[in-house]
Design a protein around this ligand. Structure first.
Ligand SMILES: [Zn+2]
Length: 407
């Protein structure tokens, strides 16, 4: 038996040195203590300057290509040229990447097709379809969006329902709803009270999609941390601090639960319409909750876009989730060409490789986005190593079924 003093001196450390050097140096060997100033104090370090390098040495796999051809169900190749208070107002599109440029990356990464969710409406949509879908059939699919600038028209419910039919004739393969509905759209479009997700004025739109077999890709709510104060307890503090407009805490914003309940009432009321609930139903912090909704609503499926950071920090729960709902989970990335400001969704080869590594390997503790600092919370992720039949469904088959593409 050795006592504590003998043990410490065995490490080359004395009580005296430990006391003088303070807590920060208490584990240093005595040989280094000479370099520590007598009055050394722990030094404050701004969070923004903290870039710890992991010393963990574990197996690293580079997955350059998806093991099976993949459909990226969630990308943004075009955006509206005019937005106000989070609401897209112009039909005209700004294109973020040319088809040729995107195809090069797609071919290298085994992406069979990209779905451009933000194809817009009216002539903007028709032009986007012409630019991509018609020039490269089978490689690009474009979704339409509601025209909220007509929201004040008394016959808006009918006008919007009819616009879906026109968009279908123009080549749209689905409808995209941004978080605009529930969080931005107001009675006077940009002012007044918020319009609820289950507002009956959108019923003809949901019905039109059901009748035309157009899936509705719907973004409801946001990560749960966006509804809590941006303070030292917020696990996404840096992200919200960088993008204060992403916070939905306070003001007249409904809470996450209220938004999801309104969403669920829409699903219940329109059982013939297929809803693809983006970002793992925007509640990947609670896969139990997402599972409950999937069990309740057979017309619901989810994509994993911009949420491998969440899925990958709970790899065992996520793996069970993939196993159980393997027919209703779709591969998507939220990829935005040249969207360098948002590393978790920038369209590039590195981003795809991270998704593949997450889905196809058992690798441990790796970055979920190509960025120096994890952009959606300071943690790293673990792969779920999906079996091949599940991978095939998640990468391709589930999306092909929803888009009615022949496999
Ligand atoms: Zn998106």
């Amino acid at each position: 038996m050795i006592n504590r003093r003998q043990w410490l001196s065995g490490l080359g450390m004395t009580f005296g040195a430990a006391v003088h050097a303070g807590a920060a140096a208490s584990s240093r060997p005595a040989s280094q203590d000479a370099t520590v100033p007598q009055n050394a104090q722990p030094r404050p370090l701004a969070l923004v300057d903290y870039e710890p390098k992991s010393m963990l040495q574990v197996h690293e796999t580079r997955v350059e290509k998806a093991r099976f051809p993949a459909i990226d169900i969630h990308t943004h190749i075009s955006v509206s040229t005019k937005s106000e208070s989070g609401i897209e107002l112009a039909p005209e599109r700004k294109y973020l990447g040319t088809a040729e440029e995107l195809l090069q990356v797609m071919d290298r990464k085994n992406i069979a097709a990209m779905v451009n969710l933000t194809g817009g409406f009216d002539h903007g949509l028709a032009e986007a379809v012409t630019q991509y879908d018609k020039r490269f059939p089978g490689r690009f699919f474009t979704f339409t969006e509601p025209c909220y600038s007509k929201f004040k028209q008394p016959n808006y419910p009918r006008v919007q329902g009819d616009a879906i039919e026109q968009a279908y004739r123009d080549g749209a393969r689905g409808l995209k709803i941004l978080k605009t509905l529930g969080l931005y759209l107001r009675e006077n479009i940009t002012s007044g009270t918020l319009v609820k997700i289950d507002d009956p004025r959108f019923d003809p739109t949901w019905d039109a999609c059901g009748q035309l077999n157009l899936p509705v890709a719907i973004h409801v709510s946001d990560p749960i941390a966006f509804f809590t104060p941006t303070d030292r307890f917020n696990e996404r503090y840096e992200e919200l601090n960088n993008h204060p407009d992403w916070s939905f805490h306070g003001h007249d914003f409904p809470g996450n639960a209220e938004l999801l309940e309104a969403r669920n009432r829409v699903f219940a009321r329109h059982p013939k319409t297929q809803f693809l609930v983006l970002h793992v139903g925007n509640f990947s912090e609670s896969l139990a909750n997402v599972s409950q909704s999937l069990d309740r609503f057979p017309n619901m499926s989810v994509d994993i876009a911009a949420r491998i950071g969440e899925l990958g920090r709970q790899p065992r729960t996520a793996r069970k989730f993939f196993d159980k709902y393997q027919d209703r989970i779709l591969f998507g990335t939220d990829a935005t060409p040249h969207g360098d400001e948002f590393p978790q969704q920038v369209f590039n080869e590195k981003l795809y490789e991270i998704y593949y590594r997450f889905l196809e390997t058992y690798d441990e503790y790796f970055d979920y986005a190509p960025a120096k600092i994890p952009p959606q919370g300071r943690w790293r992720i673990y792969g779920v190593d999906l079996p091949e039949p599940v991978l095939q469904k998640v990468y391709y088959e589930n999306a092909a079924r929803l888009l009615r593409i022949r496999v």
